[in-house]
Ligand binder design. Structure first.
Ligand SMILES: *[C@@H]1O[C@H](CO)[C@@H](O)[C@H](O)[C@H]1NC(C)=O
Ligand SMILES: *[C@@H]1O[C@H](CO)[C@@H](O)[C@H](O)[C@H]1NC(C)=O
Ligand SMILES: *[C@@H]1O[C@H](CO)[C@@H](O)[C@H](O)[C@H]1NC(C)=O
Ligand SMILES: *[C@@H]1O[C@H](CO)[C@@H](O)[C@H](O)[C@H]1NC(C)=O
Ligand SMILES: *[C@@H]1O[C@H](CO)[C@@H](O)[C@H](O)[C@H]1NC(C)=O
Ligand SMILES: CC(=O)N[C@H]1CO[C@H](CO)[C@@H](O)[C@@H]1O
Length: 676
């Protein structure tokens, strides 16, 4: 019996804090027994007909249907006084009066009644937070009353009772009157020492000076399995800090920082290595990288850079730290912002070759989770708040943040548009040399779906390697193979230029003396080609060296030029005169060797002119004519030039094309042999 007027809710939590519930007699025998205990306190608790104690039942949910508050069971035994219950919906709680009659009563805060609890006696209690068991006990048993309030007796050297002069609870060392602590009665409605309370010691205690307040927990919760709410109720330990309040006072979700940072922890120092050799050398702290490339947003070969979104995770252990309230699901163990920013060491990784030379940062977009690997330490009653504590060498700390970065890359355009480029992203430990912090791949280390649809490039391979270089800082490099997609260039550059060149070659099929048309067409081809070249050049990356595509254009233009030159040469050897003049000239000038050729074409003309105008020379002519008739083609030279130039130009063009296309194809198969 707690001889103190309390609100209904407070009474309920008081009884549950002692491991029991409000009393509710279930039959007449029990009623007699309860009344016998309660009746002793009639003078403190009520007048002759006022309410004496609260009963463990309510009809709050449905009027007239009474249920137990502690377990929800329906109540079957009643001992209502005459005319009761009469409060309807306004009176949802019940009290027992002196003489044993029951009445319904309002649960409102202003109604205060004494409390009779049904407890499992003897009530054993544990006092948590006693870090030096020299003066006080950590175990107590409820042992009668003192100053009209319960008295708790320690096992060996202390007692806990209500000090009626100081009007507070007192933890007293039995050997020395001056060694004691007083409970700081705050604004809490429950002024019992049960649950978590602050105590002021008359002497230095647990590292605090005399007069400082220390949190102590008086609890009957199961050690190592249950958590004591601030009001003394018990909830399973796994439900603490699970983002759902189970305690009535929500205290299980208070103070949910995960990291326990020891005194002297310096967040600028990397974690010490787990093993130190006898000669003083030590292993570095390993930081494992696990990177997911979410997407390549852009590859700007002209700007020599590419844009990538990375999900960067790094994982490490810090044996200096301890962690509490860790859940099986890692994603629930998130460090709070002030913990990651102010308490713990977080490795810093710089992105070499990124634009702006960015570092990894810890900000609002960063998530740090903790994963437990081993089992917790044994429960420590010296801690006021129960918790499962995990050692730092048994837990992984994991930082996750998404970065959107531009990396620089030197694209090689010699093979453009058939180029395959290798760009790198280097992740380097910052601020700590490789003797202290070493970066490692976590498994494969780098993950990418190869699913990006980039307009010009295809990511065909990514390798991820730890660098074994003699550099001072440890680093890991991802090498990305980017293949330029050339279908577009084939369609817009190579096919049209080949067609125009073909048109240029086609002028050889015109009559050889058709100089004018040949010139018009081939000059037009040349003009189109050069315009095309200058237009395409503006869209291509600027380089100091020649690119394959430049060579292609250059050669195409040269071919057009050669064709035009050939036509001019042919024209040069094309002699214009009237045909008979030509014929006689030819006959005089050229000794006849084989006249069977072309005789039919020219002989009639020759004979006619010879016979009509040059009779005296007839005999000579005839003499000549007796030899086999001979005629030499006056156009043989231009025709020959035309024929051979055509063959030469076409065959060399074919040879050039074969060599030209062999280069990129060869480069595709042996992409590492870049000789530019
Ligand atoms: C009354 O209830 C208690 C506990 O529920 C039981 O032990 C006792 O036998 C009951 N007495 C009668 C008379 O039913
Ligand atoms: C309880 O106390 C009241 C008044 O103090 C008395 O009238 C009544 O008989 C007592 N009942 C029992 C069962 O002791
Ligand atoms: C590493 O990344 C992969 C891909 O995202 C993921 O499946 C894996 O769980 C990650 N490992 C760790 C320890 O984060
Ligand atoms: C990288 O650095 C630049 C300039 O220093 C800054 O503007 C940018 O926000 C940084 N990017 C990231 C992802 O931190
Ligand atoms: C962690 O350290 C403790 C002592 O500091 C040691 O007993 C335990 O075996 C270590 N655990 C692991 C996984 O190394
Ligand atoms: C109203 C009523 O029935 N009261 C009874 C409750 O129980 C006590 C003790 O058994 C009786 O004395 C009352 O008469």
């Amino acid at each position: 019996m707690f001889k103190e007027l309390l609100q209904f809710k407070v009474a309920v939590s008081l009884c549950s804090a002692f491991g029991g519930a409000l009393a509710l007699p279930g039959n007449r025998t029990e009623l007699e027994r309860a009344l016998k205990i309660a009746n002793k306190s009639v003078s403190e608790c009520s007048g002759p007909s006022g309410p004496l104690t609260w009963l463990d039942m309510t009809d709050e949910w449905r009027d007239g249907r009474w249920e137990r508050v502690s377990n929800g069971q329906q109540v079957t035994f009643f001992n209502w006084s005459k005319g009761q219950p009469n409060g309807g919906q306004n009176e949802n709680c019940a009290v027992m009066r002196p003489h044993g009659g029951w009445a319904d009563n309002s649960c409102a805060k202003s109604f205060k009644v004494c409390t009779l609890c049904k407890l499992n006696v003897p009530v054993f209690l544990r006092l948590r937070g006693i870090c030096e068991a020299v003066f006080y006990d950590d175990r107590f048993v409820m042992d009668g009353d003192k100053n009209k309030k319960p008295h708790f007796r320690g096992y060996y050297r202390s007692e806990l009772y209500y000090d009626s002069e100081l009007r507070t609870w007192r933890l007293q060392n039995t050997g020395d009157e001056n060694t004691h602590a007083l409970m700081v009665v705050g604004s809490k409605s429950l002024s019992y020492p049960i649950g978590r309370n602050f105590w002021k010691f008359t002497h230095g205690f647990c590292g605090s000076a005399a007069g400082e307040v220390v949190s102590l927990t008086l609890t009957q919760c199961k050690n190592g399995e249950e958590f004591t709410c601030n009001d003394g109720a018990c909830v399973p330990l796994v439900q603490v800090c699970d983002r759902r309040a189970q305690c009535r006072d929500q205290s299980d979700e208070l103070d949910c920082t995960l990291a326990i940072v020891p005194h002297g922890y310096q967040r600028t120092l990397p974690p010490p290595s787990s093993s130190e050799a006898s000669d003083g050398s030590f292993e570095p702290t390993y930081v494992y990288l696990n990177i997911t490339i979410a997407s390549f947003y852009a590859i700007q070969s002209v700007g020599n850079r590419f844009n990538v979104e990375l999900k960067l995770r790094f994982i490490w252990m810090d044996p200096r730290l301890k962690f509490k309230y860790l859940k099986d699901d890692r994603e629930l163990n998130i460090l709070q912002p002030h913990e990651m920013n102010e308490y713990i060491w977080v490795p810093e990784i710089s992105f070499i070759d990124s634009e702006g030379n960015n570092n990894s940062v810890v900000d609002s977009k960063t998530k740090i989770t903790v994963e437990k690997l081993g089992s917790p330490e044994e429960d420590d009653v010296q801690r006021s708040r129960e918790a499962r504590i995990y050692r730092g060498n048994d837990t992984c700390i994991r930082v996750v943040r998404i970065y959107n970065l531009w990396f620089r890359c030197n694209f090689n355009f010699f093979y453009f548009p058939f180029n395959t480029d290798y760009c790198t992203m280097t992740f380097q430990a910052n601020k700590n040399t490789k003797n202290y912090v070493k970066l490692k791949k976590y498994g494969r280390g780098l993950w990418y779906e190869y699913a990006d649809q980039l307009p010009k490039y295809k990511i065909s391979d990514i390798s991820f390697e730890e660098n074994e270089n003699p550099e001072l800082y440890s680093s890991v490099t991802a090498t990305i193979k980017m293949e330029h997609l050339f279908a577009n260039e084939i369609m817009t550059i190579f096919v049209p230029t080949t067609l125009i060149n073909t048109i240029g070659f086609a002028t050889f099929f015109y009559k050889w003396f058709d100089f004018q048309n040949r010139m018009v067409i081939s000059l037009t081809s040349l003009l189109v080609l050069s315009t095309f070249f200058s237009q395409v050049s503006t869209t291509l990356p600027e380089t100091s060296y020649l690119k394959l595509v430049d060579i292609w254009f250059l050669v195409s233009i040269i071919y057009c030029f050669v064709i035009i030159t050939t036509h001019v040469i042919i024209e040069y050897f094309h002699e214009y005169s009237n045909p008979s003049e030509m014929a006689s000239k030819k006959l005089e000038e050229y000794p006849v060797e084989n006249a069977s050729v072309l005789r039919s074409a020219a002989s009639t003309d020759v004979e006619r002119s010879a016979g009509a105008e040059n009779a005296p020379r007839n005999s000579a002519t005839e003499a000549k004519c007796h030899q086999p008739a001979v005629f030499r083609d006056p156009y043989a030279t231009p025709k020959k030039i035309d024929k051979w130039a055509f063959r030469l130009v076409i065959s060399s063009y074919v040879v050039f094309s074969i060599i030209f296309w062999a280069v990129p194809i060869w480069q595709k198969f042996k992409p590492d042999s870049i000789f530019m």
